[in-house]
Design a protein around this ligand. Structure first.
Ligand code: FES
Length: 153
């Protein structure tokens, strides 16, 4: 087992302390180039029960998005790495990917650049869940793009 687990009824959450976890307030391991993500701190992101596998959606009023794939739950900045536009307000966020409305950069659903001018991928943020499955995005904690909050059971 890697990392702590949380139990909720028949569900179990496993927080992966996966590759490239940055320390809160410390050295980030994200894009490394381009515009840094807007600061958001901790953001409530709804309940995991309303985030089916295959989801990716922007949070209203915050420059972050939350998604869930076959590996688990993840979150990313919506600050475009080209010139800092908020993709959530100027572009499109969907399970098929993200499009920045300022200059047309495209990212896949895991934040990798599909086409520029964005020079680097979108940073991922840590996600946690309480015992009831309520999700919190930790915008001060950049993690590797493969890190997931695993929902089991
Ligand atoms: Fe997003 Fe230029 S700011 S493509």
């Amino acid at each position: 087992m890697d990392g702590p687990t949380f139990r909720l009824g028949r569900r179990r959450f496993l927080v992966l302390a996966g590759v490239g976890v940055g320390a809160a307030g410390g050295v980030a391991c994200g894009s490394g180039a381009g515009v840094q993500p807007a600061s958001v701190g901790d953001v409530s992101a709804g309940n995991v029960s309303s985030l089916p596998v295959g989801s990716l959606r922007a949070l209203e009023g915050e420059p972050v998005c939350i998604g869930r794939d076959s590996g688990g739950v993840y979150a990313m900045t919506l600050t475009c790495t080209h010139a800092g536009c908020d993709i959530g307000t100027t572009g499109e966020v969907s399970p098929s990917g993200l499009v920045c409305g300022c200059h047309g950069s495209r990212f896949d659903a895991n934040g990798n650049v599909v086409s520029g001018p964005a020079p680097s991928p979108l940073d991922h943020f840590a996600v946690s869940a309480d015992a009831a499955g309520n999700l919190t995005i930790h915008g001060g904690q950049v993690v590797g793009a493969s890190v997931r909050l695993v929902v089991m059971g």
